[in-house]
Design a binder for this molecule. Structure first.
Ligand SMILES: Nc1ncnc2c1ncn2[C@@H]1O[C@H](COP(=O)(O)OP(=O)(O)O)[C@@H](O)[C@H]1O
Ligand SMILES: N[C@@H](CCOP(=O)(O)O)C(=O)O
Length: 318
């Protein structure tokens, strides 16, 4: 379902000669993505993932691909993009932007235990530190400005009780973003969508973070909040699991100690992380893109998480 642009091995035989990868031996479509056309590509040099970008343009892609290269060069486990003979990471294939990155081993861990959460926390902290000297800038395109633009688009579709919560939370987040504590939060490139399905594990060994196409510059704490809201919850209720929260936060803190300002900002930031995905899921549900073929994610999941974060304080950062 998710190969929107079909590609055959013969199509890449000539195209691949611009990359230092030898001959293409096998090309297999990947069915699980929702944004792009992805293929496992075996060449004489090894195994890779070929992506044809269906929505992002040549102008938008350098921020993401160069960030992955920057992080990979600094030892963060992310797919390493392969440059062609002109040093380009993004090259046209069938008229669309395409890239080749290294293939991560393993599979997503959809039933994470504290040991997996600790590995994610430690790698996330390493990623934040390694991104500090990344030269390109792009805001988090799903941040406060997008929440403001999107809220009026979904309000006409949702019941009063949800509309009230949504308006109140955007108002609360406006005040939070404007406060002194928020201005003191360390920031830089963040993944911004580090859910269970965007991390690979081989058993208990984390092999990499991928799907960087929501990345942007924002507070590191927002990234931690998004990650905890997915990795450390009971999926049915959104309630945080103390053991997994502690494992993730302690492992992160051991690599990059949280600041006092982050400690103060933690509870509102968890709400911000929940609001961001409630809103995007509401938008995808009520305002799907033309020709959207996929079943949208359930917005109710993040409404429950938001209500739960408002009602119940989470374990502290440290
Ligand atoms: N670098 C990679 N290494 C291994 N598998 C990958 C890699 N990138 C993508 N995949 C596989 O492709 C699937 C779809 O990738 P994803 O980035 O989620 O696609 P989309 O952006 O289209 O949603 C992932 O679930 C994973 O199985
Ligand atoms: N993680 C988001 C949706 C983004 O999709 P992805 O497959 O690209 O991570 C959500 O769950 O709403």
């Amino acid at each position: 379902m998710a190969v929107f642009t079909p590609v055959a091995l013969d199509d890449v035989a000539q195209w691949i000669t611009q990359f230092p990868l030898g001959k293409a031996l096998e090309l297999k479509g990947i069915s699980s993505g929702i944004e792009n056309s992805n293929f496992f590509l075996t060449t004489e040099r090894g195994e890779y993932v070929l992506t044809i970008f269906e929505n992002l343009s040549f102008e938008q892609l350098p921020f993401y691909l160069n960030l992955m290269r920057h992080l990979a060069e600094r030892g963060v486990l992310v797919p390493a993009p392969v440059a062609n003979d002109k040093g380009e990471l993004i090259v046209a294939l069938h008229g669309k932007p395409a890239s080749i990155v290294s293939k991560l081993e393993g599979r997503s861990q959809m039933d994470p235990q504290p040991v997996h959460c600790a590995a994610v926390g430690a790698m996330l902290a390493r990623m934040h530190l390694a991104g500090q000297d990344y030269a390109l800038q792009q805001p988090n395109l799903r941040g406060l400005a997008w929440w403001h633009a999107t809220t009026p688009a979904v309000l006409p579709f949702i019941p009063d009780e949800q509309a009230h919560l949504l308006r109140a939370e955007v108002h609360f987040q406006d005040a939070f973003a404007a406060c002194d504590i928020h201005k003191q939060l360390p920031a830089g490139p963040i993944h911004a969508d580090l859910f269970r399905n965007n991390v690979m594990f081989d058993g208990e060994r984390l092999t990499g973070f991928f799907d960087f196409y929501f990345a942007g510059c924002d507070t590191w704490l927002f990234d931690v909040a998004v990650t905890v809201n997915d990795w450390c919850i009971d999926v049915g209720t959104g309630v945080l699991d103390q053991a997994r929260v502690r494992a993730l936060l302690d492992a992160y803190h051991a690599v990059r100690p949280f600041t006092a300002a982050e400690h103060t900002a933690w509870q509102p930031m968890l709400r911000a992380g929940a609001l961001r995905f409630w809103l995007s899921r509401l938008y995808d549900f009520y305002c799907p893109r033309a020709a959207e073929m996929l079943t949208p994610h359930d917005p109710g999941h993040f409404e429950r998480i938001l209500r739960e974060r408002i009602a119940t304080p989470a374990p502290g950062l440290f």
